[in-house]
Write a protein that binds this ligand. Structure first.
Ligand SMILES: Nc1nc2c(c(=O)[nH]1)N=C([C@H](O)[C@@H](O)CO)CN2
Length: 118
């Protein structure tokens, strides 16, 4: 079973970064998520209660990162992955956390992690 639910380019404004000035301002993070889910069940029932609700996941991503205020992207990604897996029962996920503008010469910099097993 290789079904997924996807979220791409979710924007989150939060405190993030290791430098003193970064603790004083909000910056934008972008989140991409691929989450393993058996889509055959909601595919048959047409009931959102059987689905991994991408709207509910998106709201939790925003709340989690705004509460965490991570210094490192690595810490934000790790905490977010654990929180989402626990909250929604996601067996496997791939999470990319991007910080656009952190390196002026780059479109974005970031980290990508995979956690769990399909
Ligand atoms: N691997 C990482 N390197 C750096 C991070 C990070 O989160 N992970 N963060 C910074 C600063 O906060 C930077 O983004 C400020 O522009 C530097 N390196």
């Amino acid at each position: 079973m290789s079904d997924s639910v996807l979220i791409e380019g979710l924007a989150v404004e939060t405190v993030v970064g290791v430098y003193d000035w970064e603790r004083e301002v909000d910056q934008r993070l972008m989140v991409d998520l691929e989450m393993a889910w058996d889509n055959r069940v909601p595919g048959a029932s047409d009931d959102v209660r059987d689905a991994l609700d991408y709207a509910a996941v998106s709201a939790r991503v925003v709340a989690c990162l705004q509460a965490l205020k991570p210094r490192l992207l690595e810490h934000g990604a790790e905490a977010l992955a654990t929180d989402l897996q626990d909250a929604f029962g996601i067996a496997w996920l791939r999470l990319t956390l991007k910080k656009p503008g952190a390196v002026p010469e780059a479109q974005w910099v970031g980290v990508r992690i995979e956690r769990g097993a399909r």
